[in-house]
Write a protein that binds this ligand. Sequence first.
Ligand SMILES: N[C@@H](Cc1c[nH]c[nH+]1)C(=O)O
Length: 373
Amino acid sequence: MFLPAGSQDETGVQIANRLKASEIFRKVSEKRNFKAISTPVVEYAHTFTNEIAGMDLQSMLKWFNSEGEIEVLRPDWTAAVARAIAKQHQSFQKWSYQGSVFRMDKDGTENRQAGIEIVHADPFLGESECLLTAIQYLKEIGLEEYVIELGHTAIFEQIIKPLKLDLKEEEALRMAMHDKRMDLVEELLSNYPEEIKDALVQLIDAYGGSDVITHYEHVWANQPELLAILQHIRQLINLLEATGVSEVIVDLGRVKNLPYYDGIMFRGFVTTDGSTCFSGGRYDRLYKQFEQETSAVGLAFDVDQLALHMETKDSLTKACIIATPETHSIAEKYREDLPEDIVDIQYHVHNEAIYSAIYTVILDNNQYKVVKR
Ligand SMILES: N[C@@H](Cc1c[nH]c[nH+]1)C(=O)O
């Protein structure tokens, strides 16, 4: 039968790749001393929609429970993990998780994620560890063609500060920046000072390699807050390049895609088709709802995307044992003799070409035997 928009079946190679990606993620995160955490799929909406987490209820899959409270299918791991660990001792922690998130504002309603969250860590250490974990993970699943992009929430916020926009105006402007709509930015700021409007419009194009940072070091020479951000980004790029990553770019005009981001933001793009394979950033603010001042940073991989881009090596040999209802049990027993192979048992083979070895069960001296053909 049909499926609701956004829901999808999955088969064969995509599942195999996804499970492989999950297994490699488990190993990589374990080796880097991340502790696994799992939270329930059903949560109170409030965990995600409260004033600080700020997520939009409209895009969540939700219903009322018997007490009249709104429950949702987990729309986001980061806020769920924050809720789960809020009461724990405030010491350096590295968490990893794997599972689906459900949101209606994305291509598919269900997205499988694998992610990490680092709390109470030195900020630069936390950010470096997130990015270096991402790099190791992508290497181990064999995804080589990707670009890492860095941005920072405070650039846009610092530039619009003098405008004193209300929340609605700010959000409209943020959306226009997000969509890189220069015309809309100009329109929204038509009654505001020309120089701020121009600065924002130019910022839309401020992406590329380290030369973009160099250029903006001159443009913002008299703005220490912005210079400090550039220095921070440059320091991260230096670290990544020193560990052998060649493709790191910056997007200084990037605005936050999740309301709780507050500081550095990172994304990974697959070069071949531009799809996003991971996304994350700093979100210290999120812990304010638990009256905690902390450092928190993380990122999540889109495992469906990774599975789509992983090489599909059919490394196992496919064998077929031709049997009959009478000799089926002999063929079944023979699986033990082919422990490394994928083994099919068939009564008739219609397409021999799909197998690299074909066996038959024969009667020899009144005894059944399996022989290679
Ligand atoms: N929860 C974010 C990813 C993230 C993890 N930690 C910080 N950010 C997302 O779904 O895009």
